[in-house]
Design a protein around this ligand. Structure first.
Ligand code: AMP
Length: 418
C-alpha cells in the first residue's frame, strides 16, 4: 500500500482540479470550439476514455514515446486483456468509425471531439498527465483541400478565441514510399556520426530515426544541418499535394512557416503535418497540431480511408486566455438573492424562488438560517443583480421590494409570491 496519510491526500501528480472560477474559461473554449465545428459541418463523437491497448500500440507505433513510455495501461479485472487510458483521440475515433461502418461506402465523414487524455509524462508548466484536447477528423478525404480545411478550422478556433500570437508550422512527410527512401539516406548519414549523437538519438537511430529530426539537443542539431532533407525525396504527387495545401492557405490569408524538422511524435502521419506554436507559452509551446493519416483504417480491419485531423491542447490554450483575456474567467452573475427575514418565512421563500427559476430568473436563497446581515453580505459578495427581503409583512401584503444593487433603486412588485 502507498503511504498516504488520510489527512493529506492530494490529487495525483500531473492532474488538476478545475475549480469553478477556472471552469467558466473552459466552458467558453468548449463553446467557441463547438460553434466553429458547426460552421464547418462537423459532428461530435464521444468514444470511451479507455480502449484495448492494441488500439493505440498498433497505430501510434511501438517505438513512439507515447506508446513506449507514456501509456497508462492496466490489466482488466478479468485479467483477459490489457486496457489503456486514451493518450489521444484519433485512434479511438477511427476504431469507432470502423466498428459502426461510418465510412464504409466511401462517404465523407466529419467528426469532432473534446475530452481528457492521459500520458505518463514528467509534469511541468503546460504539461500534465491528465490533459484535455479538442479536435476534429475528416475521413475519406484524400484531397489537399481537406488538409487545408482542417488547418483553417483549427486556425479559426484560435482566432475566435482571440489568440493571434501563434505560428503555423507546416511540413510534408510525403508517402510511405518517399519516406522509406529518405529514412535510409538519413540513417546512412547518421550512422557515420553515431558516436557524436545524443543518447536518445542513438536509440532512435534504430527505432524511430525520423524523430531525430526534432531533437532539441545542440550537438544533434549541428549534425542535422548537413543531413539529407526529406523534400529532396518527395515524389511529384507529394509535392503537388503540398503545394495545393499551401496555396489554399495563402488564398485565405493564412501565413505559415515551412518547418522541415516537423515530423510529429506519432507514427501514423503521411503527407501534410502541421503544428501551431505560441510565443505566449514557455518551453511547452505547442498549442496543437495534426496531419494526414491514410492507412489507419486498415489497422482496424477497415478499407483504405484517407483521413486528416488535428487536436488542440486545451490546457495550454487556457493558460494563454488567462493572460490575455482574464475577463472570460468571471463567474456568471445571479439575477436575484432572496433574503428570508427569519426561519418562519423559509418555505414561502423557497416557493417564490422556484417560481422565479421556472421563469428563467437565476435565484439564490440562504439555506443555513443566517441572519439578515449575513445574507445581505453574501448577496453583495456574489454580486447578485437584485435583492428581495421577505418577512411576515411581505407575505401578508403579497408585495415586496426589489432592490437594484447597481443603482440602489427599489421597485414594488407582487409576482411570484403567494
Ligand atoms: P499531440 O497529440 O501530441 O500532437 O498533442 C496535441 C496537443 O495536445 C499538443 O500540441 C499540446 O498542446 C497538447 N498536449 C499534448 N500532451 C500534453 C500534456 N502532457 N499536457 C498538456 N497538453 C498536452
Amino acid at each position: 500500500m502507498e503511504n498516504t496519510s488520510q489527512k493529506n491526500i492530494q490529487s495525483p501528480r500531473g492532474t488538476r482540479d478545475l475549480l469553478p472560477d477556472q471552469i467558466v474559461g473552459w466552458q467558453f473554449l468548449e463553446k467557441v470550439f463547438s460553434e466553429v465545428a458547426q460552421r464547418f459541418g462537423y459532428q461530435e463523437i464521444r468514444t470511451p476514455i479507455f480502449e484495448h491497448t492494441e488500439v493505440f500500440s498498433r497505430v501510434i507505433g511501438e517505438n513512439t514515446d507515447v506508446v513506449s513510455k507514456e501509456m497508462y495501461s492496466f490489466q482488466d479485472k478479468g485479467e483477459k486483456y490489457s486496457l489503456t487510458l486514451r493518450p489521444e483521440m484519433t485512434a479511438g475515433a477511427v476504431r469507432a468509425a470502423v466498428q459502426h461502418n461510418l465510412t464504409a461506402t466511401g462517404q465523407l465523414q466529419r467528426l469532432w471531439y473534446i475530452g481528457p487524455q492521459f500520458r505518463y509524462e514528467r509534469p511541468q508548466a503546460g504539461r500534465f498527465r491528465q490533459f484535455y484536447q479538442c479536435g476534429a477528423e475528416c475521413y475519406n478525404a484524400s484531397s489537399p483541400e481537406s488538409d487545408a480545411e482542417l488547418i483553417m478550422f483549427a486556425a479559426m478556433v484560435l482566432q475566435e478565441l482571440g489568440l493571434s500570437q501563434y505560428t503555423l508550422h507546416i511540413n510534408t512527410l510525403g508517402t510511405a514510399g518517399c519516406r522509406e527512401q529518405y529514412v535510409q539516406a538519413l540513417v546512412q548519414y547518421l550512422e557515420e556520426k553515431k558516436e557524436l549523437l545524443s543518447h536518445d538519438s542513438q536509440v532512435r537511430l534504430t527505432k524511430n530515426p525520423l524523430r531525430i529530426l526534432d531533437s532539441k539537443d545542440r550537438g544533434d542539431k549541428a549534425i542535422l544541418k548537413d543531413a539529407p532533407i526529406l523534400s529532396d525525396y518527395l515524389s511529384e504527387e507529394s509535392k503537388q499535394h503540398f503545394t495545393k495545401v499551401l496555396s489554399i492557405l495563402e488564398a485565405n490569408g493564412y501565413s505559415y512557416t515551412i518547418t522541415q524538422s516537423l515530423v510529429r511524435g506519432l507514427d501514423y502521419y503521411s503527407h501534410t503535418v502541421f503544428e501551431f506554436t505560441s510565443s505566449d507559452l514557455g518551453s511547452q509551446d505547442a498549442l496543437g497540431g495534426g496531419g494526414r493519416y491514410d492507412s489507419m483504417f486498415e489497422y482496424f480491419g477497415g478499407k483504405h480511408t484517407p483521413s486528416v485531423g488535428f487536436s488542440l491542447g486545451m490546457d495550454r490554450i487556457i493558460m494563454i486566455l488567462q493572460k490575455i483575456r482574464p475577463e472570460i474567467f468571471t463567474l456568471p452573475t445571479i439575477d436575484c438573492y432572496i433574503i428570508a427575514m427569519d426561519k418562519t418565512v423559509g418555505e414561502v421563500v423557497q416557493t417564490m424562488a422556484m417560481k422565479m427559476r421556472q421563469n428563467n430568473i437565476s435565484v439564490i436563497t440562504d439555506l443555513q438560517y443566517r441572519s439578515l446581515k449575513a445574507q445581505m453580505r453574501e448577496a453583495n459578495k456574489i454580486g447578485a443583480k437584485t435583492v428581495i427581503v421577505i418577512g411576515e409583512e411581505e407575505i401578508k401584503s403579497k408585495q415586496y421590494k426589489v432592490k437594484n444593487m447597481e443603482d440602489g433603486s427599489e421597485t414594488l412588485r407582487s409576482e411570484f409570491i403567494g
